[in-house]
Ligand binder design. Structure first.
Ligand code: SME
Length: 161
């Protein structure tokens, strides 16, 4: 399989429809979680010109552990309720942060980051298996439309164990 460059439209519904199609294209038929999440992080990073970090943290016991990602090296473990990621996990609620400097307890990984979006990811039974974390150098980069669009687009991934 080779990667074919696509041009993402600015309009959000069309953007997220194409992102879902791309996620499906690069993960369909794969049941290995590392392989699926590695291609998912790469696919999402390609779609967002101003995202400096895109990746997954996976629930392991009482911590989130770093999974496949694109970007600079990052913190490997995040406790329940800690930082933006741990908060999304503990509250089972997506976090859209316009300026990370204003989020109490934010865990800094790249000092160029301003905005962050974290989505909890659920199994069919509703339990959380991990989070998607995205960072941007642009303050206010992520919106509620991105939160909803990404949540929907991630539905294109194959079921993970
Ligand atoms: N900022 C995150 C930590 C992970 S890095 O952004 C990759 C947080 O506060 O949970």
């Amino acid at each position: 399989m080779s990667y074919i460059e696509v041009r993402y439209p600015a309009e959000k519904p069309a953007f997220y429809a194409l992102l879902a199609e791309q996620l499906r294209l690069y993960t369909a038929g794969e049941n290995d979680a590392t392989a699926v999440l590695a291609n998912a992080s790469a696919t999402i990073r390609q779609a967002f010109a101003d995202a400096n970090w895109v990746g997954f943290y996976l629930v392991k016991g009482q911590e989130l552990v770093l999974g496949p990602f694109q970007g600079k090296p990052a913190v490997t473990r995040i406790g329940f309720g800690k930082g933006v990621c741990g908060t999304a996990w503990a509250r089972d609620e997506a976090q859209v942060v316009a300026e990370v400097a204003c989020f109490a307890g934010h865990i800094a990984c790249d000092c160029n980051t301003h905005a962050e979006l974290v989505l909890p990811l659920h199994r069919a039974d509703g339990s959380i298996w991990g989070v998607l974390d995205m960072d941007s150098v642009v303050p206010g980069y992520f919106t509620a439309a991105d939160r909803d669009g990404l949540a929907q687009a991630l539905g294109a991934l194959p079921p993970l164990p």
